[in-house]
Design a protein around this ligand. Sequence first.
Ligand SMILES: Cc1cc2nc3c(=O)[nH]c(=O)nc-3n(C[C@H](O)[C@H](O)[C@H](O)COP(=O)(O)OP(=O)(O)OC[C@H]3O[C@@H](n4cnc5c(N)ncnc54)[C@H](O)[C@@H]3O)c2cc1C
Length: 507
Amino acid sequence: MSRYPAEVDVAIVGSGPAGATYARILSEQAPDAVIAMFEVGPTVSNPPGAHVKNIGDPDERAVAQLRSEGPAAHDDGDRVGGIVKTTQRRARPGTFLLERGYQVDGEDGLPVAAMSSNVGGMAAHWTGACPRPNDSERIDFLDEAGVFDDLLAEGERLLGVTTDAFDSSPHASLVRGRLAAAADEGRDDHAKVQRMPLAVHRRDDGRLVWSGSDVVLGDETRGNENFTLYDESLVTRVLTEDGRAVGVAVTDRRSGETHEVRARFVVVAADALRTPQVLWASGIRPDALGRYLNDQAQIVFAVRIRDFVPADESDPAAATGLSEYSGVTWVPFTDELPFHGQVMQLDASPVKLADDDPAAPGSIVGLGLFCAKDLQASDRVEFSDDEVDGYGMPSPTVHYRLTSHDHEVIERAKAEIVRLGKAIGEPLDDRPFMMPLGASLHYQGTTRMGETDDGRSVCSPDSEVWGTAGLFVAGNGVIPTATACNPTLTSVALAVRGARSIARELV
Ligand SMILES: Cc1cc2nc3c(=O)[nH]c(=O)nc-3n(C[C@H](O)[C@H](O)[C@H](O)COP(=O)(O)OP(=O)(O)OC[C@H]3O[C@@H](n4cnc5c(N)ncnc54)[C@H](O)[C@@H]3O)c2cc1C
């Protein structure tokens, strides 16, 4: 007996925050609709999709991370935490790298392009930074009459975004104040140095709770008897008839059996590398599919806070990846300075010296500047008709090059990060470091949205794939602009709009 239904109203592929947004909005606005969510990875946390940092026991947390690391999940002792200064191909806990095809000879490639396979997707492992896009990061054709900001506000609601969770951090305001003094001049208020909006809240007992897909799903989805989540279920194909999506082919990873589930609407929210893979495997191949791939080159630098006065309290959150000592400060992207700044204290600092540093904990902060990419159609993920990946899906190959403009922006970011770092304290290293490409974990553009079907986009402003009615795409791949800021809030905002358009047709 198959554990899947023969027919549903909406089939959602992928259980990260983008897929979860569709489930939540549909549960709220079309409660009679039967929704099936298919996730290739296992359930690793409770409630399903919860952030693994909320798992108190470190051994249990490590198991949850390991089980998220794809078809060949194994612990080779080479996993790393936080941001690490290394040129090696190493995966962050909870993620796994492309086995091959990450760099073609003569190109820059994305050597550390990574994914997560678990209920909740990457958002069971993320840092939760949820800045709003600014200036050219914004999507101008959605920007009329405050529409885009309304969508972003709805995204903040779904992700449980707050700005005050770290207000008790002993050094947060010191770090923020020094950065503001160095960077605020000439900036509009919304682009001034400020607290980073984070998908986290503090419980009454003082513990931090990080949002994952569980928060996006919420009680509304969990309590919806028409909603079912199927884990360990690989969607291999979207079924189409006469130019319309009519269901999915799904392989039960427990039994190995394949089934077809009919659906009136299909949403593919399988991350920016695997959403185009599912479309390609289905024979849905618009010209722009996989193209305009962009990642944010990431520059890191560490400093010891000047005139540092150690705090008395211990730091219970340090073991989970983000120290509470300095909070998280945001230096917003502007068109004049096209980088997004994230400044925080990490348990694994960019400079390894921090681990055995005799100085007081929290005295070292890591600065990260993410750079917006120069978009090119030739930067792309392609799929093979012959070779397959670890799940048996078409094998991806990444073509990716930095342009001379990208190199220029990276050099400017290096100069700026040193300037900002010196405003906070004493640098630990002579020079800033650029992480291997792909380290940002923010891949975008591969199923990009466009205002019209002009061959440079894959989907409409409602996220419906051009030429395939009833098929929607979701996630960072949909973002059409070159953002430098963390993209998940924007993806969730775009998913809200798509989900509303399905809800309108269902009720
Ligand atoms: C360590 C870390 C820190 C991060 N920090 C931030 C941050 O601070 N801010 C930010 O904005 N972003 C951050 N990110 C990135 C963020 O997690 C992603 O942007 C977000 O999770 C994307 O959501 P999504 O739903 O589009 O995709 P995902 O969360 O990747 O979910 C996609 C899901 O689809 C499933 N899937 C894939 N193919 C199939 C298939 N064929 N069938 C069924 N299921 C399939 C996958 O297993 C996966 O679970 C971070 C990520 C990591 C790992």
